[in-house]
Design a protein around this ligand. Structure first.
Ligand code: DER
Length: 224
């Protein structure tokens, strides 16, 4: 369908930015899947790269595609990270975390010299916040942390998966927080980070250098 074609086109285009010898931050999500698939083909043709995966799901795909992996014990600075997003605003601020990998994604993305975001065009928004903001919280006392987030004007909902509480790759819970509107994403991120029990938010502020949008069979590329 259209969305899948747009994800595939954006993912494949992003692979063109990966150069020989680079260490790459491998994002998470279904758009990243297409980038990984393309990278795997290029590795098969001799491209020499290493990747740090931002989720166990991405790690599995990277292994399936024979992309060599490394980790932060070996490399503390990445040349390039390529990741997806749930929303992108005109300032390139993001909401991420739809897939529950936001903490490792932010660690990978923040420790890269360059961050490229790949999306289908439905993710482009004028203002962040239609998508509930994922917030990773410590499981212990999550109910109290949820009340503190509620005091900021949100309706936090504990994420479930197949009827059970969703547990992140880091052993934490995710609260999907519906705000009426997010007029100042940076301020909201800082307010959330100050709350006891909050580990990380899905607001990625001022981190993105390039956005590749799948649009029909082609792509639109936006640079900051
Ligand atoms: O969970 C995440 O942050 C993913 O990157 C998500 O935002 C994008 O997922 P998609 O490419 O499957 O839409």
């Amino acid at each position: 369908d259209t969305k899948t074609i747009q994800k595939k086109t954006a993912g494949q285009k992003a692979a063109e930015f990966v150069k020989n010898g680079m260490t790459i931050g491998l994002g998470s999500g279904s758009t990243v899947y297409w980038m990984l698939k393309m990278l795997g083909e290029q590795v098969d043709q001799g491209l020499n790269i290493k990747g740090i995966p931002s989720s166990l799901r991405t790690e599995g795909w990277a292994k399936e595609f024979n992309i060599p992996l490394t980790d932060f014990s070996q490399v503390q600075r990445l040349d390039l990270a390529i990741d997806g997003a749930d929303e992108v605003d005109p300032d390139f601020n993001l909401i991420k975390g739809g897939g529950g990998s936001l903490l490792r994604e932010k660690l990978v993305d923040a420790n890269s010299d360059r961050l490229i975001i790949i999306i289908d065009e439905s993710k482009m928004v004028y203002q962040l916040g239609k998508f509930p903001l994922p917030v990773e919280v410590v499981s212990f006392g999550w109910e109290v942390t949820a009340q503190r987030i509620g005091d900021l004007g949100a309706i936090p909902e504990l994420r479930k998966k197949d009827g059970d509480i969703f547990v992140s790759n880091n052993g934490n819970y995710i609260l999907d927080c519906k705000f009426k509107q997010i007029s100042n994403p940076k301020e909201l991120h800082n307010q959330l980070k100050e709350l006891l029990g909050v580990v990380e938010t899905g607001l990625f502020i001022g981190m993105t250098d390039l956005v590749i949008v799948g649009s029909g069979e082609s792509v639109k590329i936006y640079e900051k």
